[in-house]
Structure formats: C-alpha cells, structure tokens
Design a protein around this ligand. Structure first.
Ligand code: FAD
Length: 307
C-alpha cells in the first residue's frame, strides 16, 4: 500500500522541498545516485567497466518548466559525452534520457524535446555509442514513440523503453520487435490508473513474460530491465528456446540494487548493463526507488530519526 503514496509524493513540490533539504537524505540517496557531478561519476564508470559491466547513464531530472532548463539538461548530457570520449568505451557506456527533462511537456514541447534529444543522439553516435529513451507516465508515450521513430531514421540504434504494466504495451512490443530495434522491457515505475494499467503484481509479471516472449521471438535486440530473479530465469529460458546467442540480448539493472546479481550474470557471460544515475535533481528518481521497495522507506525513515 505504501508504494502508491510514495509515488504520489514524488510529484509533490512540498515533499520535494522537505525531503531534499533533510541533512541525512544524502547518505540514503547515494546508494542509488552515486554522484552529483561528472567528476564524481567518472570513477564509477571506470570501476564498473573494469569489472566487466556496461552502463547506461542518466543525468537525473524531469518535469522541467522552461526551455532554458531543457537546454541545460541537454548540455549536461553533451558534457558527459565529451568527458566519456577519451575513455573510448563506445557502446559499453550508453545514455538513457527522459524526454520530460528535454522540454516535452512545455508548449511546443514535442518539437523542442526532439531537437534537444537529437543533439545528444548525434554526439553519442560520434563517440560510438547510443541513446535509449526512458518511458515516463502513459500520457507522454505517444510523443516518446513518435520521437523514437523519427530519431531511428538517422540513428537506427536508438533504443526505447516499454512498460509491462500498461495494457497498450503488448501491441507496442509487436510493432517494435523488428530487425535493428533495441527495446528495454521494464515492469513500470509510475502511478498509473486502472483504466490503462494492471495494478496487481502477478498480472504485471504475467504481462512481462508475454511481452518478453514477443521480443525474444522477434528480430530486435531485447534489453531485460528487471531485478526479479524469476523473470531473469524465464528470460534466459526464452532466449535459449528462441535460439539467441549471449550477445543477442542483454540484462539491465539499476545501480545500487542487487549488485551481486550484476556480477553473477556478467561472470556467466551475459551482457549486463547498469543504469547509473547522477546529478543534483534526484528527487523523482529517488522516490520511485523508495516506492519499489517499502524496506527502503523504513531504512530512510530510521536514518531521519536516529541522526
Ligand atoms: P520487483 O518485483 O519490483 O523487484 C524484484 C526484486 O528486486 C525485489 O524483491 C528486490 O529484491 C529488488 N528490488 C527492486 N526494486 C528495488 C529497489 N528500489 N530497492 C531495493 N531493491 C529492489 N521504469 C519506468 O517506468 N521507465 C523506465 O524507463 C525505466 N527504466 C528502467 C531501467 C532499468 C535498467 C531498470 C532495471 C528499471 C527501470 N525502470 C523503469 C523501473 C522498473 O519499471 C521497475 O520499477 C523496477 O525495475 C522494479 O521492478 P523489478 O522488475 O526489479 O521487480
């Protein structure tokens, strides 16, 4: 029951101010968002890649309110890409972006977000890597898929995310399971109404398996975004029966969650990509991590009380 309450708080400005200002928050935040600046995050990039892991990097932020903030978000990614260049990691470090951070919800936002993200996709291509468009709440998805399609005309390797909890996703998956596409499947992290999304965990898990089967049997490149041990085992089985080799799909998990599993899968020869978020505007990202596991909230509340 706590999850929906926390997700509602993730959209509250008052809660944002309260939680962001609490002095102990940072220690808890650091588990999921291990840096605020490029200088702080680059050693983490090196450590993960030295240990056989790959990354998708997120400069945290969303729901900006002016075009200038959208440009600043774009520039933060451009700076990151510039700093990654000498490391010559290529596809081992790709970017994940939220279009709301690039201005999608502003007037004329679809075009603005497309123009901003295009610059990032171009810069990523110049250093031999790519970009995946994160999926936000369901009202943003038609625009996200249209931008994805537009970008793929020039940069076919651009990826996107689909969310198993949405009724629409089985249809989206059939469309996207085509040659050359890169699709990350996740359960979904936003508070969605019963008109558009499954509400029960077992329904979401069953949908996840159906959609994953479509992706595995299709011609694209599935990216399995989950920490759920049952789904990971099912994914391995589906990949095997679809005749996929180890480099024809990949696992993805979030930084700070089930890290031992990242290493186990990589040691088995799987491609394992760690979604690594950094930056100062971490509130929305952090609150979704709390909502996913109530024990995180108890830990957070305890540190507020005992400090
Ligand atoms: P769950 O059943 O939630 O978790 C399985 C197990 O993993 C839990 O029992 C627990 O041990 C562990 N676990 C899961 N979450 C946490 C946590 N926060 N803290 C501690 N332990 C935890 N969602 C979107 O809506 N859009 C996106 O673009 C998006 N991108 C993502 C990218 C990646 C790489 C990943 C891994 C997730 C992404 N998500 C995204 C979040 C996703 O939708 C889920 O909310 C999240 O992954 C939790 O679901 P799960 O599949 O891990 O399964």
């Amino acid at each position: 029951m706590l999850g929906p309450v926390i997700l509602a708080a993730s959209r509250s400005d008052r809660m944002r101010r309260l939680i962001s200002a609490a002095p102990v928050t940072k220690q808890v935040v650091d588990r999921f968002i291990p840096g605020e600046t490029v200088d702080e995050i680059l050693p983490i990039v090196r450590e993960l890649t030295d240990n056989g892991l790959e990354l998708t990097m997120d400069v945290v932020g969303e729901d900006i309110t002016t075009p200038e903030q959208a440009e600043a978000a774009r520039d933060a990614y451009l700076e990151l890409i510039d700093r990654l260049k000498p490391l010559e990691l290529g596809e081992r470090a790709e970017m994940s972006v939220k279009l709301s951070m690039f201005g999608q919800a502003l007037p004329g936002g679809h075009e603005l977000a497309l123009a901003n993200v295009r610059r990032v996709v171009e810069a990523a291509a110049e250093i031999g890597t790519t970009v995946t468009l994160d999926a936000e709440d369901h009202t943003t998805l038609d625009s996200m898929f249209a931008i994805h399609e537009e970008l793929r005309k020039d940069f076919p390797q651009t990826g996107c995310v689909i969310q198993a909890y949405l009724f629409r996703t089985e249809e989206d998956a059939r469309r996207l399971a085509a040659a050359g596409s890169r699709v990350r499947l996740v359960k979904g992290a936003y508070k969605e109404p019963a008109e558009v999304a499954y509400q029960q965990k077992h329904e979401i898990d069953k949908a996840y398996v159906r959609i994953l089967r479509t992706l595995m049997e299709g011609e694209g490149y599935p990216m399995i975004g989950s920490h759920d041990p049952r789904l990971i085992a099912i994914a391995q089985e589906l990949a095997r029966t679809a005749g996929r080799k180890l480099d024809e799909y990949e696992f993805q998990m979030l930084y700070g969650i089930r890290s031992e599993e990242h290493h186990r899968l990589a040691a088995e020869g799987h491609r394992m990509r760690v979604y690594t978020a950094y930056g100062t505007d971490w509130y929305g990202y952090f609150m979704r991590r709390l909502a996913e596991k109530p024990a995180n909230l108890r830990f957070f509340a305890r540190s507020m009380i005992t400090k």
